[in-house]
Design a binder for this molecule. Structure first.
Ligand SMILES: Nc1ncnc2c1ncn2[C@@H]1O[C@H](COP(=O)(O)OP(=O)(O)OP(=O)(O)O)[C@@H](O)[C@H]1O
Ligand SMILES: [Mg+2]
Length: 117
């Protein structure tokens, strides 16, 4: 199991949602975050230039998946979020040790996919 974390442009959230739905990836969390992706704003000052590390608003998907859904989840994030311009975002894939469904006590692969989708 992996936790696929996708940080995308907020205005691409709906496209990512559609792509996740088509890929049959059903469970995820979404939050609004701020981040810095390397772009530097140049600020003019009286005696020259300064650079400022700006923060941009981003949307963060956290998608816990069994191994077979890792690549579909990555593909859906890319397909939904890519514009080709700098700042499209990034995907992190991290090992996931345990999942527990609170209602039933089911564990791991039996718990990672929501029931009743
Ligand atoms: N190394 C990182 N660690 C954690 N979060 C990151 C990292 N790089 C980028 N992010 C997050 O992703 C957001 C978008 O980053 P961004 O798309 O600019 O990445 P990038 O690697 O610089 O790609 P690009 O070349 O397209 O700009 C950032 O605002 C930040 O929230
Ligand atoms: Mg960047």
């Amino acid at each position: 199991m992996k936790l696929v974390i996708g940080i995308v442009r907020p205005d691409k959230v709906n496209d990512v949602l559609e792509a996740l739905y088509r890929a049959e990836v059903r469970g995820f969390s979404l939050s609004r975050v701020q981040g810095h992706g390397g772009e530097l704003d140049r600020v003019e000052t009286y005696r020259g230039m300064r650079v400022k590390m700006g923060l941009s608003d981003k949307a963060r998907f956290e998608i816990a998946v069994s191994d077979e859904f890792v690549q579909p989840a990555i593909d859906a994030l890319c397909e939904g979020a890519q514009t080709g311009e700098v700042g499209d975002g990034k995907i992190f894939v991290v090992p996931l040790e345990r999942v527990v469904r609170i209602r039933s006590g089911e564990k791991d692969d039996g718990a990672v996919t929501p029931v009743g989708a």
